[in-house]
Design a binder for this molecule. Structure first.
Ligand code: FCB
Length: 434
């Protein structure tokens, strides 16, 4: 047996997002889930629309303490979750103090258990009023977003040092919502897709500057520097106005592994595709981010631009999602990100596996390749499994089961899966045994 040690202070955790776990959200997604168009199209496919309505989800809005007890029990020391904009600002310009307090309580619950919060400010859902104003096509959207995040960050700054502005905004969201028409508002328009991408990049940059300003004015906020010297050293001020070392602001994108082919031309095409898909946001937002969040799930053997790759042998398929898994691909994605010279968190990596037969090996294989990337000079700060809980998997509904913890959607009972205990051993020892 070999033991693979991770760097000192490496963070171990898991992730969720508000709409997928909280329950009772009222936003553009919850409206779409019950819309006639959506319900009819599911019925046409012979599917039961009830399984595609987020409803109470995991009821984590009320059960977060129970969830965090599990996080602690599983030896995790970081937890990623998202703030639901539609709760904080249900009507334009009107901020709900009770909901702000709710998230303060959530953060406190993590801190009391010795778990570092990592907060995503936007994870696919929009308030209704924002969507009605054109969502991310609205030229004012960056300013509207900035106003929202200012309220949230100001309220939570004393306890939080790790922020993510956008989750998979260009690699997944904009193409699903504005190009492929899978997600609300179900448009298929290349110009809108470009416009949404541009507004989102602007929104990120404005938000980044706003967050830095807030922390500049509050040097004692954010990380407890005695506990987190590893992070404060890593934040490089890139902007003359930005000197704060007590906070890190990052972007999360979902990168795919795009293997070459045996043909020079299609290999060239595929690399171009990869460049456009995986790196658009990072390239556009440079230098306004302190870390990169990598979500890695699968490879793209076939791309729209190039012939199917034949160089990688056939891999396991994650049937629920139709994804071809490829653990070495995470190594490739991490090495690709090295050129940005920023620290990286693996902010999501996971498998939908109801019977838990494959999850343990999935985690170990991906961790082995992540460890290898660290040996080859990639600055990886932590790994967060997706997801802590089974949850509402967007247009796939409640079918997929990504959780370390199984959720009974009728009783909301949580049941820790065996693989979660295996992962807990890795978290505890900061090392992987193979
Ligand atoms: C990612 C999303 C996350 C979850 C996983 C399976 O694309 O960020 O919310 O749906 O996929």
């Amino acid at each position: 047996m070999s033991v693979f040690k991770f760097p000192e202070n490496f963070k171990w955790g898991s992730a969720t997002s508000a709409h997928q776990v909280e329950g009772d959200n009222h936003n553009d997604w919850s409206e779409w889930e019950v819309s006639k168009l959506r319900v009819e199209s599911l019925k046409l496919k012979g599917l039961n629309p009830d399984n595609f309505i987020s409803g109470k989800a995991c009821d984590s809005y009320n059960r977060y303490e129970e969830d965090f007890d599990i996080v602690k029990k599983l030896n995790q020391n970081i937890h990623r979750f998202s703030i639901e904009w539609s709760r904080i600002e249900p009507e334009e310009g009107k901020f709900n103090q009770n909901e702000i307090q709710h998230y303060i309580n959530v953060v406190n619950a993590l801190k009391e258990r010795g778990i570092e919060p990592m907060i995503t400010l936007w994870h696919f859902t929009n308030p209704i009023w924002f969507a009605e104003k054109g969502g991310w096509l609205n030229p004012d959207s960056p300013e509207l977003f900035r106003r929202f995040i200012k309220v949230v960050v100001s309220a939570l700054k004393d306890q939080v040092g790790l922020w993510i502005t956008f989750n998979e905004a260009t690699t997944v969201y904009s193409s699903f919502a504005y190009l492929k028409g899978f997600w609300p508002p179900q448009h298929k328009n290349i110009f809108e897709w470009r416009m949404a991408n541009r507004n989102i990049v602007r929104a990120h940059t404005e938000a980044y500057k706003e967050i830095k300003k807030i922390y500049n004015n509050s040097p004692s906020s954010g990380f407890n520097k005695e506990v987190q010297p590893w992070i404060s050293k890593k934040v490089e001020p890139r902007d003359p106005d930005v000197t704060s070392h007590n906070v890190m602001v990052g972007i999360v994108e979902s990168n795919v592994f795009v293997p070459d082919t045996k043909n020079i031309f299609t290999t060239w095409l595929r690399r171009k595709y990869k460049q456009l898909r995986n790196f658009y946001f990072l390239d556009q937002a440079t230098p306004y981010y302190d870390f990169i969040g990598l979500n890695y799930y699968h490879m793209d053997r076939r791309t729209g631009l190039g012939q199917k790759s034949e160089v990688v042998p056939k891999q396991d398929i994650n049937e629920d999602m139709g994804w071809e898994l490829c653990p070495p691909g995470i190594y490739n994605c991490l090495l690709d990100l090295k050129k940005y010279k920023k620290p990286i968190f693996i902010t999501e990596n996971g498998i939908s596996d109801r019977t838990d037969q494959k999850r343990k090996k999935f985690i170990k294989d991906h961790l082995y390749w992540s460890w290898k990337a660290v040996q080859d000079g990639v600055d990886v700060l932590g790994y967060l499994y997706w997801s802590l809980l089974d949850n509402f998997e967007w247009h796939h509904g409640f079918g997929p089961r990504f959780g370390l913890v199984e959720v009974d959607y009728k009783t909301f009972e949580r049941h820790i899966r065996p693989s979660a205990y295996e992962y807990a051993k890795i978290c505890q020892t900061n090392s992987l045994e193979l």
